[in-house]
Structures are given as C-alpha cells and as structure tokens.
Ligand binder design. Structure first.
Ligand SMILES: [Zn+2]
Length: 364
C-alpha cells in the first residue's frame, strides 16, 4: 500500500461538558439546583436516562473516529474543587471521571486557554491539567507551570510505516483580563508586546514541526465579524510566526473562514456541545465539524500544506450533537451564513456539497 500523503484533522469549537451535562452523566459533581433542573427535564425526555460518555457526541462519533487528529476547545474545568473563582457569572466544572467522554471521540488535543478552565480557582485548574495528563490527551494554553501553559502540544501524524509528521499546537485566550495575572494561563492581547512574545515563542523551537496550529479563544460573544484587531493578529500569526492553521473559537456561533497566503484561518468554530439556551438570531445551537485536509507539499517534503476545508454542519439538541442532513433547514442556514461570512474574506465556497453533504471551501 502506498504511504498516506493526505491527512484529516477535525477542529471543533467549545465543548462544554460541565453543569447540566455533568449532572446527566452517571458520575457527576452533586449540585442540588442543577440536579433538580435535570430531574424535571428527564421526566419529559426519559431517553436521557441512558445518557452516558458517548451521548454528548450524538451521531458524530464516526467522523471523529476516522480522522487523523481531533482538536477541541474544552470550555470547562474538570475538577471537584469547590471554591469558585470569585465574582464570575458562570463557573463550569465537570467531574474528572467524565474525561472519558473525550476518549470516546478519540480527542487528540484540548485547548485550555479559555474563560472557564480557572472557574474553580487555581486548584481547580491544576486538577484539570492533571486529569488531562492522566488521560493521555495533549493540551496547551494552561498548565502546572508557565512553561507548560505556553509551550505547544506536540501531536504525531502517522504517514507510511516509517514516516511520521509532527504538528505543534499553541493555545491562548484574550479574556478574562483577570487571568492575565495567572502565570500558568496563556493570556494574550493585541499589543505589540504580545506580538513580540508570540514571535519569539512560536519561532524559538529548534525542531520545526511539519504543521503549526494556533488555537485561540478570542473576541466578544455574538459578533458575526471579527474585529480589525483579531484579523490583523491572525495575519500576523501567518506572516511572522509561520502558523498554518488558526483555530478560532469563543463567539458561541460560527464565523467565516479565510484562506490567507495558502494558510487557513477559521475565525470562529462555534459551540459544538453545551447546555446553553439558544439565541434565535445567532443560533448558538448550530455549529460544525471543521475537517481540514493537509497534504505533503510537493516542493518541500517536510511541510504539510492545507488543501481543503470541509464543513459538516451540526446541531445541539437535548445535550447531544448531531450532524445535519443536507436537506435539513438548519444545514441550509449554516451553508448560507458561512458562505456569506467567508465571502467577505474572499473565500470561495463550492456550489456543490460533498458526498456526505459537507460544505466545501476552496483552498487555492
Ligand atoms: Zn468561552
């Protein structure tokens, strides 16, 4: 069999398995108020009594299990630590045992730089990090030390029998500003000092990877178009830090994608699974698996080059995510929104869907 030269990486946005989803899982952190809410809900939807570690993924498990790598933003802490970060509106945690959910979907990597991993204080973050380490899943963006928070996760992609590729994944967040003072949390802003920090961090590694990814939790909620600051930082990451894929998240809904100098910038992946109320305009229940194909570059065998972006629309319903059939009205909504938002960046979306109904963006 010839060596594999094309690989598939799945990216999704926020995976929030805390709060009500945690309550639904057999092992959970007891919280009387949330338990009451869930008991009421389950009495109307008794099928949820069977909710287990595969359940959050609905019908999406095959796409994760067939990929070379799966990368997510873990939008919760994984800890039993009781002390919440003070004066914060939402504090999320899931029982560390529920990391099993991530293993069901063969998640390769989690971003820990977001506005929830410190929700149960620094002790909660440390337990989260140790839990992830124990599961064997790679991570970046927060750690037990500053060095661990800043350094990239190192992921392997197996090519032929004796060929292996390496992806480095960095992670950072632009909020909450309170956490900029936490040394083992990778906080960034839009200043020139952040740029020089990122330039030296991303170019300091002596062993340059075959693929470089920057996973970033940025921008306000409910904003269709990324700010000029965000767009400029994304271009900087490509121009001066040699990033191949920017994995953006935080907005709770999808945003557009840009192909910039042959590199891919996904500004906002949306929320993949959570327990949130749905906003009728921004449709935070609709999101996608963002499948990125990378190939060995013809001119330089060492680099992997982005060759295709396929967007598989998904919907969260009753704490589970399902991929949508292309005739579903919400599939059409995602296609139309994504096409319109990406067109502003000059990204061309193919008229024809892929054979599984996926939306295909051209990467020239
Ligand atoms: Zn967030």
């Amino acid at each position: 069999m010839p060596p594999q030269t094309r690989f598939h990486l799945n990216f999704v946005g926020d995976v929030m398995l805390g709060r009500l989803i945690d309550q639904l899982l057999p092992t959970h952190i007891h919280c009387p108020e949330e338990a009451r809410h869930i008991d009421n809900f389950v009495s109307c939807h008794p099928e949820l009594r069977e909710y287990g570690s595969k359940s959050p993924w609905g019908n999406t498990l095959p796409i994760f299990r067939s990929a070379d790598l799966n990368l997510i933003n873990l939008e919760t802490s994984a800890t039993t630590h009781p002390k919440p970060w003070p004066n914060k509106v939402f504090n999320y945690r899931m029982h560390p045992a529920n990391i099993e959910c991530l293993k069901e979907a063969r998640i390769s990597y989690v971003s820990l730089a977001n506005n929830h991993t410190l929700d149960f204080s620094e002790a909660g973050l440390l337990e989260t990090v140790r839990t992830i380490k124990g599961s064997g899943i790679a991570f970046a963006g927060a750690g037990e030390t500053r060095d661990e928070a800043y350094r990239p996760a190192v992921l392997s992609i197996q090519g032929g029998s004796d060929e292996k590729f390496t992806a480095h994944v960095y992670s950072a967040s632009d909020h909450p500003s309170d956490w900029s003072k936490v040394p083992n949390f990778h906080f960034i802003d839009y200043s020139s000092s952040t740029r020089s920090h990122l330039r030296s961090l991303l170019k300091s590694s002596t062993a340059q990877p075959n693929l470089k990814v920057f996973s970033v939790h940025w921008g306000p909620n409910h904003s269709w178009v990324p700010s000029d600051d965000i767009r400029s930082l994304a271009h900087f990451l490509v121009d001066e830090c040699e990033v191949d894929i920017v994995h953006g998240h935080s907005s709770h809904h999808i945003q557009g994608a840009e192909v910039y100098k042959g590199r891919l910038i996904i500004y906002g992946c949306g929320d993949f699974v959570d327990d949130y109320a749905v906003d009728a305009e921004f449709r935070n229940d609709l999101s996608a698996v963002w499948r990125v194909a990378v190939e060995k570059a013809r001119d330089n065998g060492k680099k992997l080059r982005v060759s295709r972006l396929e967007v598989f629309p998904s919907r969260i319903k009753h704490f589970q995510t399902h991929l949508l059939d292309k005739d579903d009205r919400d599939h059409k909504w995602v296609r139309s929104r994504f096409s319109e938002l990406s067109k502003a960046f000059g990204t061309k979306i193919q008229d024809e869907s892929g054979e599984d109904g996926q939306i295909v963006a051209e990467v020239p």
